[in-house]
Design a binder for this molecule. Structure first.
Ligand code: GLA
Length: 364
């Protein structure tokens, strides 16, 4: 067997902008999903997961669509990737997949994209070596959209495939053009802390899809292809107050991504991006309404303990917060969040510092 890995991600900034043809700025996490794979000659896919002992699935490739609702939810990601390769006309004679994921599930850190991208990379190397990174991103996304039933954009898969160690990925989703921008917090004595609230976030629930619909509705109200094309003046003309708020978040968030990318590109002290991160959180909380009490509490506690900026990451409705802290303040921030969570009756948060790691690749 050979082994491929793909990472989870945190988005430094640019939330709910990807499906509006906008900008994002993720880094890959040092936490990965491993996919060991070997070919089979019997036309079947076998998938097992170290995290789901006793739930091995074995499905004929010709039966993938028919069996979709009968396999456990986690298996729809790897099987969906195989189904997508087959749907695109690639010959897959059979495959055995052994999966092992270290990206926390439901934390808003893209464990699902890590899984689908690790499998997609394995299948590319084994069956379709001419596919481009962009094809891989589309395949992994289509697998999640059509087979796993999660209506995601391309942020997570782009991060998993394209990110490089030491860099943030500035991605223009409309053009699928990107730039690797050095992102070295250690050099400045800083740390990026992830605070997983422990409140699971799930994209297959309705809130995420509703936001997508509302953004499409706002773009239609403005007569433009996507909210990428709107500006702050146009947005205030939207008659429906809810659609106006949603559009305002997207337009201001795109501007914040461009601002942060420019600051980092110019080698600015990253402390300067702190207030922009916090502005993103406020916008996600008030205009986009995807935050939760626990996410807000984590952001507030991080600030109280001296973080330069903090915000929820990922789709929202649970999941994680990132906080930009002085290295020597990190433990004070962790203590403050723990104390606030204990006092408010939230569960114990999980915290860990991250540095920008490599995108998906083969390891042996
Ligand atoms: C989830 C989706 C992404 C993106 C983010 C919000 O992670 O999978 O495509 O829309 O939410 O930025």
């Amino acid at each position: 067997m050979r082994t491929w890995v793909a990472p989870g991600r945190v988005n430094i900034i640019g939330e709910h902008t990807d499906y509006n043809d906008g900008f994002v700025l993720p880094i890959a996490l040092p936490l990965v999903t491993r996919c060991a794979a070997a070919g089979r000659t019997d036309g079947r896919v076998q998938a097992s997961s170290r995290q789901r002992p006793g739930e091995t699935v074995l499905v004929a490739i010709t039966e993938l669509a028919a069996q979709r609702d009968r396999v456990p939810a986690w298996a729809r990601y790897p099987l969906g990737v195989v189904a997508e390769f087959v749907r695109r006309g690639h010959r897959v004679g059979g495959i055995e997949l052994e999966l092992d994921g270290a990206v926390p599930i439901g934390a808003g850190l893209s464990s699902s994209a890590a899984l689908s991208c690790a499998v997609a990379l394995a299948l590319r190397d084994m069956f379709a070596p001419n596919l481009t990174d962009r094809d891989l991103i589309e395949i992994a996304r289509a697998a999640e959209n059509h087979y796993a039933g999660a209506p995601t954009g391309v942020l997570d898969h782009s991060a998993a495939v394209l990110c490089t160690a030491g860099h943030a990925l500035f991605l223009d989703v409309r053009r699928m053009a990107y730039e690797q921008i050095p992102f070295d917090l250690t050099h400045f004595g800083l740390e990026l802390l992830v605070i997983d609230t422990g409140q699971p976030h799930a994209l297959v629930d309705g809130g995420y899809a509703a936001r997508r619909d509302q953004c499409a509705g706002a773009a239609a109200a403005l007569g433009i292809p996507a909210l990428r094309d709107a500006d702050t003046v146009a947005v205030e003309r939207i008659a429906d107050p809810l659609l106006r708020r949603r559009a305002r978040h997207v337009v201001t968030e795109n501007a914040r991504v461009v601002t942060v990318a420019q600051m980092l590109r110019e080698g600015a002290d990253p402390r300067a991006i702190g207030p922009v991160l916090t502005a993103s959180h406020t916008s996600l909380r008030d205009d986009f309404e995807v935050s939760t009490a626990a996410l807000d509490a984590a952001v507030a506690a991080a600030h109280t303990a001296g973080a330069h900026g903090a915000r929820m990451v990922g789709g929202g409705f649970g999941g994680s917060v990132i906080a930009l802290t002085e290295r020597e303040r990190t433990s004070a921030v962790i203590d403050a969040v723990r104390e606030r969570f204990a006092r408010t009756g939230f569960g114990e948060p999980r915290t860990f510092a991250v540095v920008p790691a490599a995108g998906a690749h083969r390891v042996d």
